[in-house]
Design a binder for this molecule. Structure first.
Ligand SMILES: Nc1ncnc2c1ncn2[C@@H]1O[C@H](COP(=O)(O)OP(=O)(O)OP(=O)(O)O)[C@@H](O)[C@H]1O
Length: 330
């Protein structure tokens, strides 16, 4: 069995309101699968169905080859779950709370718990009611990872974590995957998915818009390009750029002589798609400076929200519209 999760036709109604409208996806074993989407899209509801915390209205779910509605605690022990909002018993320490969870999740090596706490910089002997939001999240992560589960289901895992601890989290994910685990995580922080996930599902209003690899999203993404060159007139540089597939928004000007070699031309443009044709074109110029920014995954995802596919990136104006729509959503 190569798939850790298979979801087909998943529907969920709360009362008369349907919030998942037939969700389908599969997660390969040993991979990191990210679900992104705006607030209320249905990410938490999907995860809670996988864990059998709530029951689907229709559809089938297979988790580690089993139906979560029938598999009971034996399956639950093979899963590490971080809920979206970590609820802690107040009158206890982190350590006692983890001992309580270990009684449910199965054997845990105390050394492993201490090592994770150290890496996360978390004091397990503090009263949980005195923990900050970030430290509560660390405790939630620790309980999800501590029994080395085969599957990690993590709802907004980096919420409230500072950047250094986020890096620790990413290394914990990589190590788990290196040991054969599968990770299913949700986020609306797109950079997090870009860093962690092999595949990304985009969920909006209870429907999967697309499932894509991060690599495909990168190809759909827009990069900002800026360079200076000498020895070629501004018009010729502009014409050269305009012929490169995927290049748009070209602006070229000759820089004033002060501080630059005479005849220095500055060019800015955007690039979507492959880099190689651009590199070939630029090789004809005498470059004195070059910046090609990291692709903006956020832009790529928002492009997908508006209906284009990674293979057919939307044009610049659609992208800008998508971006402002996204900003509005956030
Ligand atoms: N127990 C519930 N009863 C009624 N409606 C619910 C319940 N749980 C979730 N919903 C609704 O289902 C929809 C999906 O919610 P869900 O929490 O799954 O979204 P999400 O993608 O996880 O969003 P967020 O990023 O804000 O956590 C929302 O409209 C929410 O109000």
């Amino acid at each position: 069995m190569t798939q850790a999760i298979v979801v087909e036709g998943l529907r969920k109604k709360f009362g008369t309101r349907e919030v998942l409208h037939g969700v389908d996806f599969a997660v390969e074993r040993g991979t990191v699968f990210g679900v992104i989407g705006p607030n209320g899209a249905g990410k938490t509801t999907t995860m809670r169905c996988l864990l059998d915390i709530i029951r689907p209205s229709a559809g089938t779910i297979s988790v580690l080859g089993q139906n979560p509605q029938r598999a009971g605690t034996a399956l639950r022990r093979r899963i590490g779950y971080l809920p979206g909002e970590v609820q802690l018993e107040n009158r206890t320490t982190g350590r006692r709370m983890l001992e309580h969870f270990a009684a449910i999740s199965g054997p845990v090596e105390p050394r492993h718990v201490n090592e994770l706490a150290e890496r996360l910089n978390l004091d397990l002997d503090r009263q949980t009611r005195k923990l900050s939001k970030g430290n509560k999240q660390k405790l939630g992560l620790l309980q999800a990872f501590m029994h080395r589960p085969e599957l990690l289901v993590l709802d907004e895992p980096t919420s409230g974590l500072d950047p250094l601890v986020q890096q620790v989290f990413h290394s914990m994910v990589r190590e788990a995957v290196d040991h054969g685990a599968t990770v299913f995580l949700s986020s609306h922080v797109l950079s997090e998915v870009q860093q962690a996930a092999d595949a990304v599902a985009i969920l909006r209003d209870g429907e999967i818009i697309t499932v894509s690899t991060v690599e495909k999203l990168r190809t759909a993404a827009v990069r900002q390009l800026r360079f200076n060159s000498t020895g070629t007139a501004a018009n010729d540089v502009g014409a050269l750029l305009a012929r490169v597939p995927g290049v748009a928004n070209v602006a070229v000007r000759e820089l004033p002589a002060d501080g630059h070699a005479t005849g220095t031309v500055e060019a800015t443009a955007t690039l979507s798609g492959k880099v190689q044709p651009l590199v070939q074109a630029l090789a004809r110029l005498d470059l004195t400076d070059l910046v090609l920014e990291e692709p903006d995954l956020e832009e790529a995802v928002l492009t997908l929200y508006t209906g284009s596919t990674p293979d057919q990136p939307a044009n610049g104006s659609q992208r800008r519209a998508a971006h402002s729509e996204g900003a509005h959503r956030a």
